[in-house]
Design a protein. Structure first.
Length: 437
Protein backbone atom coordinates (compact mmCIF):
# COMPACT_ATOMS: atom_id res chain seq x y z
CA UNK A 1 0.00 0.00 0.00
CA UNK A 2 1.23 3.49 -0.83
CA UNK A 3 0.59 6.81 0.80
CA UNK A 4 -2.76 8.62 0.39
CA UNK A 5 -2.53 11.00 -2.56
CA UNK A 6 -6.09 12.28 -2.72
CA UNK A 7 -9.35 12.65 -0.78
CA UNK A 8 -12.82 11.93 -2.14
CA UNK A 9 -16.23 11.86 -0.51
CA UNK A 10 -18.93 9.22 -0.84
CA UNK A 11 -22.67 9.14 -0.24
CA UNK A 12 -22.43 5.48 0.80
CA UNK A 13 -23.96 5.04 4.28
CA UNK A 14 -21.63 3.45 6.84
CA UNK A 15 -21.55 3.29 10.65
CA UNK A 16 -18.76 3.09 13.17
CA UNK A 17 -21.01 1.02 15.47
CA UNK A 18 -21.80 -2.19 13.60
CA UNK A 19 -21.22 -4.23 16.76
CA UNK A 20 -24.33 -2.70 18.36
CA UNK A 21 -26.24 -5.40 16.47
CA UNK A 22 -25.24 -7.61 19.40
CA UNK A 23 -27.12 -5.37 21.83
CA UNK A 24 -30.08 -5.09 19.46
CA UNK A 25 -30.35 -8.89 19.39
CA UNK A 26 -30.00 -9.09 23.17
CA UNK A 27 -32.77 -6.52 23.67
CA UNK A 28 -35.03 -8.53 21.36
CA UNK A 29 -34.21 -11.78 23.16
CA UNK A 30 -34.92 -10.23 26.58
CA UNK A 31 -38.31 -8.90 25.43
CA UNK A 32 -37.70 -5.76 27.47
CA UNK A 33 -39.48 -3.58 24.91
CA UNK A 34 -42.66 -5.59 25.43
CA UNK A 35 -42.30 -4.99 29.17
CA UNK A 36 -41.78 -1.26 28.62
CA UNK A 37 -45.03 -1.20 26.65
CA UNK A 38 -46.90 -2.26 29.81
CA UNK A 39 -45.52 0.57 31.94
CA UNK A 40 -47.03 4.06 32.41
CA UNK A 41 -44.45 5.83 30.25
CA UNK A 42 -45.35 9.36 29.09
CA UNK A 43 -47.61 9.36 26.03
CA UNK A 44 -46.28 10.77 22.80
CA UNK A 45 -47.45 14.31 22.17
CA UNK A 46 -48.86 13.73 18.67
CA UNK A 47 -49.42 11.04 16.07
CA UNK A 48 -46.05 11.98 14.58
CA UNK A 49 -44.28 11.69 17.95
CA UNK A 50 -41.89 8.94 18.94
CA UNK A 51 -43.07 5.87 20.80
CA UNK A 52 -41.88 6.03 24.44
CA UNK A 53 -40.24 2.61 24.13
CA UNK A 54 -38.17 3.83 21.18
CA UNK A 55 -37.05 6.94 23.05
CA UNK A 56 -35.70 4.77 25.88
CA UNK A 57 -34.07 2.34 23.44
CA UNK A 58 -32.41 5.26 21.62
CA UNK A 59 -31.31 6.74 24.93
CA UNK A 60 -29.72 3.47 26.08
CA UNK A 61 -27.98 3.05 22.73
CA UNK A 62 -26.56 6.58 22.84
CA UNK A 63 -25.18 5.91 26.34
CA UNK A 64 -23.60 2.64 25.20
CA UNK A 65 -21.78 4.32 22.33
CA UNK A 66 -20.47 7.16 24.51
CA UNK A 67 -23.00 10.00 24.69
CA UNK A 68 -22.51 12.20 27.75
CA UNK A 69 -25.35 14.71 27.32
CA UNK A 70 -28.78 14.86 25.75
CA UNK A 71 -27.26 16.83 22.89
CA UNK A 72 -24.84 13.95 22.23
CA UNK A 73 -27.75 11.50 22.05
CA UNK A 74 -28.99 13.31 18.94
CA UNK A 75 -26.02 11.75 17.07
CA UNK A 76 -28.26 8.77 16.29
CA UNK A 77 -30.29 10.99 13.94
CA UNK A 78 -27.34 11.11 11.53
CA UNK A 79 -26.31 7.45 11.55
CA UNK A 80 -28.61 5.80 9.01
CA UNK A 81 -27.01 2.36 9.32
CA UNK A 82 -27.40 2.33 13.10
CA UNK A 83 -31.05 3.29 12.63
CA UNK A 84 -31.46 0.32 10.27
CA UNK A 85 -29.81 -2.00 12.79
CA UNK A 86 -32.38 -1.03 15.43
CA UNK A 87 -35.23 -0.66 12.92
CA UNK A 88 -35.84 3.02 13.67
CA UNK A 89 -37.30 5.22 10.95
CA UNK A 90 -35.95 8.30 12.72
CA UNK A 91 -34.15 9.01 16.01
CA UNK A 92 -35.12 11.62 18.62
CA UNK A 93 -33.60 15.07 18.89
CA UNK A 94 -32.15 16.61 22.04
CA UNK A 95 -35.41 18.41 22.78
CA UNK A 96 -37.37 15.15 22.45
CA UNK A 97 -35.30 13.50 25.16
CA UNK A 98 -35.63 16.55 27.42
CA UNK A 99 -39.42 16.77 26.98
CA UNK A 100 -39.79 13.02 27.52
CA UNK A 101 -37.89 12.86 30.83
CA UNK A 102 -39.41 16.10 32.10
CA UNK A 103 -42.85 14.44 31.94
CA UNK A 104 -41.83 12.16 34.81
CA UNK A 105 -42.80 12.96 38.37
CA UNK A 106 -42.35 11.04 41.62
CA UNK A 107 -45.40 8.85 41.00
CA UNK A 108 -44.46 7.97 37.42
CA UNK A 109 -40.85 7.23 38.38
CA UNK A 110 -42.04 4.81 41.05
CA UNK A 111 -44.68 3.16 38.87
CA UNK A 112 -42.20 2.78 35.98
CA UNK A 113 -38.86 1.80 37.45
CA UNK A 114 -39.91 -0.37 40.38
CA UNK A 115 -41.84 -2.85 38.18
CA UNK A 116 -39.21 -2.59 35.42
CA UNK A 117 -36.35 -3.53 37.75
CA UNK A 118 -38.54 -6.17 39.44
CA UNK A 119 -39.28 -7.74 36.04
CA UNK A 120 -35.61 -7.56 35.02
CA UNK A 121 -34.31 -9.39 38.09
CA UNK A 122 -37.03 -12.01 37.74
CA UNK A 123 -35.42 -12.90 34.39
CA UNK A 124 -32.20 -13.86 36.19
CA UNK A 125 -32.07 -17.15 38.04
CA UNK A 126 -30.30 -16.49 41.32
CA UNK A 127 -31.93 -16.72 44.69
CA UNK A 128 -29.51 -15.65 47.40
CA UNK A 129 -28.00 -12.19 47.12
CA UNK A 130 -26.00 -9.63 49.03
CA UNK A 131 -27.25 -6.05 49.07
CA UNK A 132 -24.69 -3.25 49.25
CA UNK A 133 -26.13 0.18 50.04
CA UNK A 134 -24.08 3.25 49.19
CA UNK A 135 -24.47 6.91 48.33
CA UNK A 136 -22.42 9.16 46.08
CA UNK A 137 -22.11 12.86 45.29
CA UNK A 138 -22.83 14.26 41.83
CA UNK A 139 -21.58 17.82 41.45
CA UNK A 140 -23.84 20.22 39.53
CA UNK A 141 -22.76 23.45 37.87
CA UNK A 142 -26.12 25.18 37.72
CA UNK A 143 -29.32 25.81 39.63
CA UNK A 144 -31.11 22.57 38.82
CA UNK A 145 -33.93 21.48 41.09
CA UNK A 146 -32.61 19.63 44.12
CA UNK A 147 -29.00 20.75 43.54
CA UNK A 148 -27.98 21.94 47.00
CA UNK A 149 -24.78 22.62 48.87
CA UNK A 150 -23.91 19.61 50.98
CA UNK A 151 -21.10 17.21 51.74
CA UNK A 152 -18.84 17.41 48.67
CA UNK A 153 -15.19 16.50 49.22
CA UNK A 154 -14.04 17.07 45.62
CA UNK A 155 -15.86 20.36 45.00
CA UNK A 156 -16.55 21.97 48.40
CA UNK A 157 -19.26 24.59 48.25
CA UNK A 158 -20.63 23.42 44.90
CA UNK A 159 -24.25 22.43 44.43
CA UNK A 160 -24.76 18.70 44.12
CA UNK A 161 -27.20 15.81 44.14
CA UNK A 162 -26.71 12.95 46.61
CA UNK A 163 -28.21 9.75 45.14
CA UNK A 164 -28.78 6.57 47.13
CA UNK A 165 -27.96 3.27 45.42
CA UNK A 166 -28.30 -0.48 46.04
CA UNK A 167 -25.91 -2.95 44.40
CA UNK A 168 -25.97 -6.72 43.94
CA UNK A 169 -22.31 -7.77 43.88
CA UNK A 170 -22.93 -11.39 42.83
CA UNK A 171 -24.14 -10.25 39.38
CA UNK A 172 -22.51 -6.80 39.40
CA UNK A 173 -25.79 -5.00 38.85
CA UNK A 174 -27.80 -2.20 40.45
CA UNK A 175 -31.00 -3.19 42.21
CA UNK A 176 -32.37 0.29 42.83
CA UNK A 177 -31.46 3.98 43.08
CA UNK A 178 -33.02 7.26 44.13
CA UNK A 179 -31.92 10.75 43.26
CA UNK A 180 -31.81 13.03 46.34
CA UNK A 181 -31.08 16.66 47.12
CA UNK A 182 -27.46 17.52 47.73
CA UNK A 183 -27.94 18.49 51.36
CA UNK A 184 -29.50 15.18 52.45
CA UNK A 185 -27.66 12.84 54.82
CA UNK A 186 -26.73 9.27 53.89
CA UNK A 187 -29.57 7.76 55.94
CA UNK A 188 -32.22 10.22 54.76
CA UNK A 189 -35.15 8.14 53.45
CA UNK A 190 -32.96 5.03 53.80
CA UNK A 191 -35.73 2.95 55.41
CA UNK A 192 -38.18 3.74 52.60
CA UNK A 193 -35.47 3.06 50.04
CA UNK A 194 -34.71 -0.30 51.64
CA UNK A 195 -38.41 -1.23 51.58
CA UNK A 196 -38.68 -0.39 47.87
CA UNK A 197 -35.49 -2.32 47.08
CA UNK A 198 -36.80 -5.38 48.89
CA UNK A 199 -40.01 -5.05 46.86
CA UNK A 200 -37.95 -5.13 43.67
CA UNK A 201 -36.15 -8.23 44.94
CA UNK A 202 -39.25 -9.79 46.46
CA UNK A 203 -38.60 -13.10 44.65
CA UNK A 204 -35.02 -13.27 45.95
CA UNK A 205 -33.52 -14.09 49.33
CA UNK A 206 -31.43 -11.18 50.65
CA UNK A 207 -28.84 -12.96 52.77
CA UNK A 208 -26.73 -9.96 53.81
CA UNK A 209 -26.88 -6.16 53.81
CA UNK A 210 -23.60 -4.21 53.87
CA UNK A 211 -23.35 -0.45 54.39
CA UNK A 212 -20.70 2.16 55.03
CA UNK A 213 -20.64 4.36 58.13
CA UNK A 214 -23.10 6.82 56.58
CA UNK A 215 -25.84 4.29 57.43
CA UNK A 216 -24.72 3.80 61.02
CA UNK A 217 -27.77 4.91 62.98
CA UNK A 218 -29.98 3.27 65.56
CA UNK A 219 -33.12 3.73 63.44
CA UNK A 220 -31.62 2.07 60.38
CA UNK A 221 -30.04 -0.80 62.33
CA UNK A 222 -33.38 -1.38 64.06
CA UNK A 223 -35.10 -1.43 60.67
CA UNK A 224 -32.70 -4.11 59.41
CA UNK A 225 -33.33 -6.14 62.55
CA UNK A 226 -37.11 -5.70 62.27
CA UNK A 227 -36.96 -7.09 58.74
CA UNK A 228 -34.77 -9.95 60.03
CA UNK A 229 -31.94 -9.07 57.67
CA UNK A 230 -28.34 -10.00 58.39
CA UNK A 231 -26.06 -6.96 58.24
CA UNK A 232 -22.51 -5.67 58.54
CA UNK A 233 -22.33 -1.88 58.87
CA UNK A 234 -19.25 0.29 59.34
CA UNK A 235 -19.35 2.31 62.56
CA UNK A 236 -18.91 6.07 62.86
CA UNK A 237 -16.09 7.08 65.18
CA UNK A 238 -18.01 9.03 67.79
CA UNK A 239 -16.08 10.03 70.96
CA UNK A 240 -17.72 7.20 72.95
CA UNK A 241 -16.62 4.71 70.27
CA UNK A 242 -13.05 6.01 70.35
CA UNK A 243 -13.02 5.67 74.12
CA UNK A 244 -14.19 2.07 73.80
CA UNK A 245 -11.47 1.27 71.26
CA UNK A 246 -8.77 2.76 73.48
CA UNK A 247 -9.84 0.46 76.32
CA UNK A 248 -9.63 -2.78 74.34
CA UNK A 249 -6.93 -5.23 75.39
CA UNK A 250 -7.98 -8.56 73.83
CA UNK A 251 -6.46 -8.01 70.38
CA UNK A 252 -5.58 -11.14 68.39
CA UNK A 253 -3.00 -11.08 65.59
CA UNK A 254 -4.38 -12.54 62.35
CA UNK A 255 -1.71 -11.31 59.94
CA UNK A 256 1.59 -9.53 60.25
CA UNK A 257 0.65 -6.03 61.34
CA UNK A 258 -3.11 -6.71 61.56
CA UNK A 259 -5.02 -7.44 64.77
CA UNK A 260 -8.70 -8.05 65.42
CA UNK A 261 -11.05 -8.27 68.38
CA UNK A 262 -14.76 -8.28 69.13
CA UNK A 263 -16.86 -6.89 71.95
CA UNK A 264 -20.43 -6.04 72.84
CA UNK A 265 -21.37 -2.40 72.90
CA UNK A 266 -24.51 -0.51 73.90
CA UNK A 267 -24.92 3.10 72.86
CA UNK A 268 -26.98 5.24 75.27
CA UNK A 269 -29.88 5.28 72.80
CA UNK A 270 -29.89 1.52 72.28
CA UNK A 271 -32.10 -0.87 74.23
CA UNK A 272 -29.62 -3.75 74.01
CA UNK A 273 -26.01 -4.57 73.18
CA UNK A 274 -24.87 -5.09 69.61
CA UNK A 275 -21.84 -7.06 68.46
CA UNK A 276 -18.82 -5.04 67.33
CA UNK A 277 -15.82 -6.27 65.34
CA UNK A 278 -12.71 -4.05 65.47
CA UNK A 279 -9.64 -4.26 63.23
CA UNK A 280 -6.43 -2.33 63.66
CA UNK A 281 -3.43 -2.12 61.33
CA UNK A 282 0.11 -1.21 62.33
CA UNK A 283 1.07 1.72 60.11
CA UNK A 284 4.77 1.13 60.81
CA UNK A 285 4.51 -2.27 59.10
CA UNK A 286 1.73 -1.47 56.61
CA UNK A 287 2.51 1.89 55.05
CA UNK A 288 -0.72 1.97 53.01
CA UNK A 289 -3.01 0.87 55.84
CA UNK A 290 -6.56 2.21 55.72
CA UNK A 291 -8.73 3.16 58.67
CA UNK A 292 -9.04 5.91 61.25
CA UNK A 293 -6.32 7.28 63.51
CA UNK A 294 -7.32 7.82 67.14
CA UNK A 295 -4.52 10.33 67.80
CA UNK A 296 -4.00 9.97 71.53
CA UNK A 297 -1.05 8.26 73.18
CA UNK A 298 1.98 7.12 71.20
CA UNK A 299 0.96 3.45 71.07
CA UNK A 300 -2.49 4.21 69.64
CA UNK A 301 -1.02 6.50 67.01
CA UNK A 302 0.79 3.46 65.56
CA UNK A 303 -2.51 1.98 64.37
CA UNK A 304 -5.36 2.70 62.01
CA UNK A 305 -8.71 1.38 63.16
CA UNK A 306 -11.84 0.03 61.45
CA UNK A 307 -15.00 -0.95 63.29
CA UNK A 308 -18.14 -2.83 62.24
CA UNK A 309 -21.47 -3.63 63.86
CA UNK A 310 -23.17 -6.88 62.91
CA UNK A 311 -25.88 -9.32 63.94
CA UNK A 312 -24.09 -12.27 62.32
CA UNK A 313 -22.84 -15.12 64.48
CA UNK A 314 -19.67 -15.76 62.50
CA UNK A 315 -15.94 -15.55 63.31
CA UNK A 316 -14.72 -11.97 63.59
CA UNK A 317 -12.16 -12.37 60.83
CA UNK A 318 -14.85 -13.67 58.47
CA UNK A 319 -17.01 -10.62 59.25
CA UNK A 320 -14.12 -8.35 58.29
CA UNK A 321 -13.43 -10.30 55.08
CA UNK A 322 -17.11 -10.13 54.13
CA UNK A 323 -17.20 -6.37 54.57
CA UNK A 324 -14.04 -5.80 52.54
CA UNK A 325 -15.79 -7.27 49.49
CA UNK A 326 -18.22 -4.36 49.64
CA UNK A 327 -15.53 -2.23 47.96
CA UNK A 328 -16.78 -3.51 44.60
CA UNK A 329 -19.70 -1.07 44.91
CA UNK A 330 -17.20 1.78 44.56
CA UNK A 331 -15.98 0.22 41.30
CA UNK A 332 -19.55 0.15 39.99
CA UNK A 333 -20.02 3.84 40.88
CA UNK A 334 -16.77 4.80 39.14
CA UNK A 335 -17.76 2.93 35.99
CA UNK A 336 -21.20 4.53 36.01
CA UNK A 337 -19.64 7.99 36.24
CA UNK A 338 -16.80 7.52 33.76
CA UNK A 339 -18.33 5.19 31.15
CA UNK A 340 -22.10 5.70 31.48
CA UNK A 341 -22.05 9.49 32.01
CA UNK A 342 -24.12 9.21 35.18
CA UNK A 343 -23.10 12.71 36.27
CA UNK A 344 -23.76 14.63 33.07
CA UNK A 345 -27.31 13.72 32.00
CA UNK A 346 -29.16 16.36 33.95
CA UNK A 347 -32.40 18.30 33.57
CA UNK A 348 -33.64 21.44 35.32
CA UNK A 349 -36.53 19.29 36.53
CA UNK A 350 -35.58 17.12 39.52
CA UNK A 351 -37.82 14.18 38.66
CA UNK A 352 -36.72 14.35 35.03
CA UNK A 353 -33.12 14.07 36.20
CA UNK A 354 -34.05 11.05 38.33
CA UNK A 355 -35.84 9.41 35.39
CA UNK A 356 -32.73 9.77 33.19
CA UNK A 357 -30.57 8.60 36.11
CA UNK A 358 -32.58 5.42 36.64
CA UNK A 359 -32.76 4.80 32.90
CA UNK A 360 -28.95 4.86 32.77
CA UNK A 361 -28.87 2.27 35.56
CA UNK A 362 -31.06 -0.03 33.46
CA UNK A 363 -28.67 0.52 30.53
CA UNK A 364 -25.89 -0.53 32.91
CA UNK A 365 -27.75 -3.70 33.94
CA UNK A 366 -28.39 -4.63 30.32
CA UNK A 367 -24.68 -4.22 29.57
CA UNK A 368 -23.85 -6.32 32.65
CA UNK A 369 -26.20 -8.97 31.27
CA UNK A 370 -24.31 -8.88 27.96
CA UNK A 371 -20.97 -9.24 29.73
CA UNK A 372 -21.99 -12.23 31.80
CA UNK A 373 -24.40 -14.11 29.55
CA UNK A 374 -22.89 -13.43 26.13
CA UNK A 375 -19.19 -12.77 26.71
CA UNK A 376 -18.91 -15.20 29.66
CA UNK A 377 -15.43 -14.05 30.62
CA UNK A 378 -13.98 -14.21 34.13
CA UNK A 379 -12.69 -10.64 33.94
CA UNK A 380 -15.45 -8.05 33.62
CA UNK A 381 -14.43 -5.57 30.93
CA UNK A 382 -15.57 -1.97 31.35
CA UNK A 383 -17.88 -0.38 28.80
CA UNK A 384 -15.01 1.64 27.34
CA UNK A 385 -13.17 -1.63 26.66
CA UNK A 386 -16.28 -3.25 25.18
CA UNK A 387 -16.74 -0.32 22.82
CA UNK A 388 -13.27 -0.99 21.48
CA UNK A 389 -13.57 -4.79 21.36
CA UNK A 390 -17.20 -5.43 20.41
CA UNK A 391 -19.13 -2.37 19.31
CA UNK A 392 -16.84 0.02 17.38
CA UNK A 393 -16.91 -1.94 14.14
CA UNK A 394 -17.25 -0.34 10.74
CA UNK A 395 -20.35 -1.64 8.96
CA UNK A 396 -22.73 -0.95 6.08
CA UNK A 397 -25.98 -2.42 4.76
CA UNK A 398 -26.50 -4.22 1.44
CA UNK A 399 -29.66 -5.49 -0.21
CA UNK A 400 -29.82 -8.38 -2.65
CA UNK A 401 -32.73 -10.59 -3.68
CA UNK A 402 -34.92 -8.90 -1.04
CA UNK A 403 -32.45 -9.84 1.70
CA UNK A 404 -30.93 -7.06 3.81
CA UNK A 405 -27.45 -7.82 5.13
CA UNK A 406 -25.30 -5.97 7.62
CA UNK A 407 -21.67 -6.14 6.48
CA UNK A 408 -19.28 -5.84 9.44
CA UNK A 409 -15.61 -5.13 8.88
CA UNK A 410 -13.64 -7.85 10.74
CA UNK A 411 -11.00 -10.38 9.80
CA UNK A 412 -9.26 -13.47 11.17
CA UNK A 413 -9.67 -14.28 14.85
CA UNK A 414 -11.80 -11.17 15.42
CA UNK A 415 -14.30 -12.36 12.79
CA UNK A 416 -14.53 -15.87 14.30
CA UNK A 417 -14.92 -14.43 17.81
CA UNK A 418 -17.71 -12.06 16.74
CA UNK A 419 -19.44 -14.84 14.83
CA UNK A 420 -19.48 -16.91 18.03
CA UNK A 421 -20.97 -13.99 19.97
CA UNK A 422 -23.79 -13.53 17.47
CA UNK A 423 -24.45 -17.27 17.66
CA UNK A 424 -24.62 -17.08 21.48
CA UNK A 425 -27.04 -14.14 21.38
CA UNK A 426 -29.30 -15.96 18.91
CA UNK A 427 -29.61 -18.88 21.36
CA UNK A 428 -30.09 -16.76 24.47
CA UNK A 429 -33.45 -16.79 26.22
CA UNK A 430 -34.73 -15.84 29.65
CA UNK A 431 -34.47 -16.84 32.42
CA UNK A 432 -30.75 -16.21 32.53
CA UNK A 433 -28.72 -18.47 34.82
CA UNK A 434 -26.09 -16.89 37.05
CA UNK A 435 -23.83 -18.78 39.38
CA UNK A 436 -23.26 -17.44 42.90
CA UNK A 437 -20.24 -19.68 43.33
Amino acid sequence: MGAIDNIEFSDHQVTAWGGMKLMKDLLDASKIKEQLGQLPLPDKGSNRGYEPTQILECFWTSVWIGAGRFSHSAYLRYDDVLKQIFDWKQAPSQSTYSRFFNKFDWKRNTETFVPLFHWFFNQIQFNNVTLDLDSTVITRYGEQQGAKKGYNTKKPGRNSHHPLMAFIPEVRMIANAWMRQGNTGATSSAKLFLAETLEILSNKKVGLVRCDSGFYSHDFLSELEAKKLNYVVAVKFYPTIKKELRSLTNWISIKDGIEICEFNYQSPEWKAHRRMVAVRKNINKLKKATGRLLLFDEQIQSFRYSLYVTNLDLPAEQIWEMYKQRGDAENRIKELKYDFALETFCSNNFWGTEAAFRSILMAYNLMALFRQVILKTKSQATLSTLRFKCFALGAWVTKHARITTLKICATGEKRRWLDALFDTVSKTTAPYIFSNA
